[in-house]
Design a protein around this ligand. Structure first.
Ligand code: HEC
Ligand code: HEC
Ligand code: HEC
Ligand code: HEC
Length: 129
C-alpha cells in the first residue's frame, strides 16, 4: 500500500473513534447576553440537557396569560431577553434579575427541600477558568 493510502486509512479509522466521543459530551450553553452590559464575572456554562432530563420546559420557558397563569407554550425557543428588558422597571423583571431569580431561585428551593439541586454561590456558576 502506498504511504498516502495508509494515511487516509488511518484518518478514517480515527474519525470512527473521535466522532462519537465528541457527540457523547453534554453540549454547554455559554451564557453571554451582551444586552446586560460588559461582563464583570466569568461567563456561566449552562448545561441545558442536564436540566431538561428532569425538569419540564415550562418551568423555565414560561409565558403568563392575563391572569398570571403560566401557560408555557410551544414557543420555548423564545429568548428570555425577548420579554425581559435589561433596564425594565415598575414591577417588570429586568434581564439580569430574570436569570438570577430563575437559576438561583430554583436551586435554593430544590436544595431547601433536600433534593438534588444546583449551585447558589457566585463562584460555582461564574467559574474562573
Ligand atoms: C432549567 C431551565 C430550562 C429548562 C427546564 C428548559 N430550558 Fe430551554 N433554555 C433555558 C435557557 C436559560 C435558555 C437560554 C435562553 C436565552 O438565551 O435567552 C434556553 C434555550 C432554549 C432554546 C434555544 C436554544 C438555543 O441554542 O438558542 C430552545 C429551543 C429550548 N431552550 C427548548 C427547550 C425545551 C424544548 C425544553 C424542554 C424539553 C427546555 N428548553 C427546557 C432554560 C431551560
Ligand atoms: C413570553 C414572555 C417571557 C419570556 C420568553 C420569559 N419571561 Fe420571565 N416573565 C415574563 C413575565 C410577563 C413575567 C412577570 C413579571 C414581568 O412582567 O416582568 C416574568 C417573570 C419572571 C421571573 C419572576 C418570577 C416568576 O417566575 O414569575 C423570572 C425569574 C423570570 N421571568 C425569568 C425568565 C427567564 C430566565 C426566561 C428565559 C428562560 C424568561 N423569564 C422568559 C415573561 C417572559
Ligand atoms: C427549575 C429548577 C432549575 C432551574 C431554573 C435551573 N436549575 Fe440548575 N440545576 C437544577 C437541578 C435539579 C440540578 C441538578 C441536576 C443534576 O445534577 O442532575 C441543577 C444543576 C446545575 C448545575 C450543576 C450541574 C452541572 O454540571 O450543570 C449548574 C452549574 C446549574 N444548575 C446552573 C444553572 C443555571 C446557570 C441556570 C439558569 C440559566 C439554572 N441552573 C437553572 C435545577 C434548576
Ligand atoms: C445559579 C447560577 C448563578 C449564580 C449562583 C450566580 N449567578 Fe450571576 N449570572 C448567572 C447567569 C446565568 C447570568 C447571565 C449571564 C449572561 O447570560 O450574560 C449571570 C450574570 C451576572 C452578572 C452580569 C454579567 C457580568 O458578568 O457582569 C453579574 C455581575 C453577576 N451575575 C454576579 C453574580 C454574583 C455577585 C453572584 C453571587 C452573589 C452571582 N452572580 C451568582 C448565574 C448565576
Amino acid at each position: 500500500m502506498k504511504r498516502s493510502h495508509t494515511v487516509v486509512a488511518l484518518a478514517v479509522v480515527g474519525l470512527f473513534f473521535l466522532v462519537p466521543l465528541v457527540w457523547s459530551q453534554d453540549p454547554m450553553m455559554v451564557m453571554e447576553h451582551k444586552e446586560i452590559g460588559p461582563h464583570q464575572r466569568p461567563l456561566v456554562d449552562f448545561n441545558h440537557d442536564k436540566h431538561t432530563a428532569t425538569l419540564e420546559c415550562i418551568r423555565c420557558h414560561h409565558d403568563y396569560d392575563e391572569h398570571g397563569n403560566n401557560r408555557g407554550g410551544d414557543d420555548s425557543a423564545q429568548s428570555c431577553a425577548g420579554c425581559h428588558n435589561p433596564t425594565a422597571r415598575g414591577g417588570k423583571v429586568p434581564l439580569l434579575q430574570a436569570f438570577h431569580g430563575q437559576c438561583k431561585g430554583c436551586h435554593e428551593v430544590m436544595g431547601g427541600q433536600g433534593r438534588k439541586s444546583g449551585p447558589v454561590m457566585c463562584g460555582e456558576c461564574h467559574v474562573r477558568k
